[in-house]
Design a protein around this ligand. Structure first.
Ligand code: TXA
Ligand code: MG
Length: 360
């Protein structure tokens, strides 16, 4: 492992990509921007490179990685077969924030990448610099989000360095990521598209693109660890191993208050006051419409309640700022569960460890 992490600023993208690609080709590990969050990449065929990724992140080895490709047609080098429905999803959404879980071609990637499963998760990022980096490296790039395991995913190069400085070979700065939350992970089962992790591509867009198919959100996404483990019997919806881990957790305690934006403010303020009276340092994550209502040590404007795109973009940075400022009790407003709002709520629930008050 290197002790010095090389940093390529956003103004030097071209030189940065060239140098970073050479490091990847030589078995090193590099953090790079994508349209979702920063990824920590290494050659997916190299067990040594993938071991470095797991070690730097402190990631449990039974949680498989997504393999990133420069072009959709390269998928045939990794996947055994592609069904018509899978190809339709590829045509509609690649490059873009959709990850497909496909039957893996034997020997195509290190067994550490798939955590021994017979499937591999694949995506082609939309971010130009990401695709250029992968193309130049000449490798399929295994890349989880570039955070310490359990921390919010990085949406700025600075976040990567906060978590991984000295543990990785380099970081390519591409400014703030676009979506701000991870890709949608899907698996096609017959004529159904199962959403294993909601993300950048919404359920509505999936349905619109591939017609009258059943889109099922894997129930385990909404369950506690114990419940989701109980759900693991054969015959149940396939699940993403990653969903069983407590992800995206801020260091403080967090509670989610969801429901109509006009009805939830009294509960949010009551929770904030109660915690403050116990000496806690309180942050409220509020929608723009309610931000002026709250009294707390910190009130974050996460964007309009009705347009959760901004909340998706800013959520992880807000959670990180709470940690930096030592705010140890966070009350977060919920967002409506349609469009990208579904992914926002999924991440808020995880960050809150399932603590949610629903106001009707
Ligand atoms: O947007 C993203 O997807 C980002 C950027 C860097 O591309 N990457 C990312 O990777 O979020 P990571 O490792 O943080 O999350 C990968 C998710 C996990 O939930 C993992 O369990 C799931 O994908 N996954 C990977 N391989 C799988 C497989 N073969 N079957 C089911 N789920 C899989
Ligand atoms: Mg992650």
């Amino acid at each position: 492992m290197t002790e010095i992490t090389k940093y390529w600023p956003a103004e030097q993208t071209e030189a940065g990509i060239r140098e970073a690609a050479a490091v990847l080709a030589a078995g090193g590990i590099i953090a790079f921007p994508t349209e979702t969050v920063y990824g920590l990449g290494g050659d997916a065929r190299s067990t040594a490179a993938v071991e470095k990724i797991f070690a730097a992140k402190g990631r449990p080895s039974d949680n498989p990685l997504i393999v990133h490709l420069a072009a959709g047609e390269d998928v045939h080098s990794l996947a055994d077969r592609i069904t018509g429905l899978e190809q339709a999803l590829i045509d509609a959404f690649w490059p873009g924030p959709l990850t497909l879980v496909l039957p893996v071609k034997k020997g195509a990637v290190s067994v550490l990448v798939t955590a021994g499963l017979d499937t591999v998760a694949v995506r082609v990022p939309e971010h130009e610099a990401a695709r250029e980096l992968i193309r130049r490296s000449g490798c399929p790039i295994a890349a989880p989000s570039a955070n310490r395991s359990g921390r919010p995913s990085p949406t700025l190069a600075r976040h990567v360095l906060e978590d991984l400085n000295g543990k990785i070979d380099g970081v390519l700065d591409g400014g703030a990521t676009g979506v701000g939350l991870e890709s949608t992970v899907v698996r096609v089962m017959g004529n159904e598209v199962h959403i294993l992790r909601p993300g950048g591509i919404t359920k509505e867009r999936l349905q619109f693109a591939v017609g009258k198919i059943a889109t099922v959100i894997a129930p385990s996404e909404h369950l506690s660890v114990a419940q989701s483990e109980a759900n693991e019997e054969p015959g149940n919806v396939p699940r993403s191993p990653g969903v069983k881990y407590a992800h995206y957790a801020p260091q403080g305690e967090m509670i989610l208050v969801s429901g109509h934006k006009n009805k939830l403010t009294a509960i949010v303020q009551a929770k904030a006051d109660e915690a403050a009276s116990q000496g806690r340092r309180v942050a409220v994550l509020s929608c723009s419409e309610n931000v002026a209502i709250y009294r707390a040590e910190a009130v974050f404007d996460c964007g309009s309640h009705d347009e959760p795109v901004q909340a998706a973009h800013s959520l992880y940075a807000c959670l990180r700022e709470c940690d930096e400022r030592g705010l140890d009790f966070i009350v977060a407003e919920g967002y409506p569960e349609y469009g990208i709002g579904s992914a926002v709520m999924n991440r808020l629930r995880k960050a809150a460890g399932g603590r949610e008050i629903i106001v009707n």
